[in-house]
Ligand binder design. Sequence first.
Ligand code: C2O
Ligand code: CU
Ligand code: CU
Length: 504
Amino acid sequence: MKTIRGSRLLKKAAIWLAVTATVVVTAAAGAATWLYTSADVSTVGKASFDNRLAIPPLAGSRVEKDGTRVFDLRMQSGATEFRPGQQTPTWGFNGAYLGPTLRAERGEKVRVDIRNTLDEPSTVHWHGMHLPARMDGGPHQMIDPGGSWSPRWTVDQPAATLWYHPHPHGQTEEHVQRGLAGMFILDDDKAAGLDLPAEYGVNDVPVIVQDTQFDGDRFDHGHRIMENTGFLGDRTMVNGTLTPYHRVGDELVRLRLLNASTARVYNFGFADDRSFSLIGTDGGLLEAPYATDRLKLSPGERAEIVVRAEPGERVMLRGYPVGDGDFWNQRFSGGDDSFDVLQLRAADTLRPSAALPARLVAPETPDGSDAVRDRHFDLRMSGINGEPMRMDRIDATVTRGTTEVWTVRNEDGMPHNFHVHDVQFRVLEVNGEQPPPPLRGPKDTVYVPSGTTMRLALRFDGPADPDVPYMYHCHLLYHEDGGMMGQFVVVEPGQRAGAVRGGH
Ligand code: C2O
Ligand code: CU
Ligand code: CU
């Protein structure tokens, strides 16, 4: 009796368990399907682009007696009307959103007098700039609310499209999203001697691309479920302008593309798949223009492209699906998304442009042949080489004047990228092969999709400072904030790293 009743009970329990399990599995599958199918975004063809593209003003400057060019930057809060009648609280430099374009020449001494009028501490980092570590604006150079900071250095690198943004440890994503970012253009004689479109805001146009999302009149920068690469917005803007167009009056227009989004990778191209010329990467011009119809840029990367316009036409700059990674990760890292980004409206008659020069500039990045040391960096969301960032730990000590080869590997199943402060490096290899042309120019940030190993050659020309570190990190800012960052110091031969303090 007992055993029969017992087995009936067991049977009942087994049926109940099976039913419950089926329900749970079905619900999970349903939720996963719903999550999957609702996770991709496209703005292609959905809106007319009728807002005139804002051009960040060129920052005014003065030159002091000793030849130092001085800029003023004020970090401030304000409100921005992205959409008619709706004021969104934002931050900016010398204005409510983004900042002016700073511009200086190779060889020039510069100083930037920065005042922080926000009620939070922050920093200003010069992304891509070769400068002393204590001028770098990383997490060790905090500017208190009401405080000021005046970094100075001598520009000593080729003409390039660089940028500046805050770098407070753990809050970079938020501070950049609120609007603190701007371009820093460097000029030199070699670039000036080339016949390239160079009229700022006319045929030489800053294109600062950010994705965003609104909730009423506020930004909604919350992370959705499964978005483990960080915030992904449902629309893009350029220079703070939603659905922007730019009037083109020349046959050739140069776009200085900056991916200032915090997590999103773009695969840029034009709506009619026309080819365009890539002329420059993060740290300056290529040896020769490279014709292509697609160009991927991960957060923090820049590219200078030149595109030919036909009289009277309208053509859209688009972000096409990136398509790296397995179908699941690709979907939840924005890899299936597509965006209309910027419409170019050509005048009925266009000013003739000179043909692009066949040769641009000779590379100044090291080729790795004189490397004195190899290092390895395993990119994981949980920390580089398994170590989450610590402000008081130096991860690498490099000797001034030497070249190193850094091997960067992503086996993490999700996209990452890799940015190194102070230097422009050369990509030697991608998965054992020669890098494709877009990765042959000077770089300070590289996109490293999952399953990729890259070898980079970096030369550290100093100056040495054993006490103040530079950073290297993933520029998906949610990852950086979460600790996907490390610190290196540059020292004189035989010198040891100093002790760095934890806080600021
Ligand atoms: Cu654009 Cu360490 O930053
Ligand atoms: Cu940087
Ligand atoms: Cu990352």
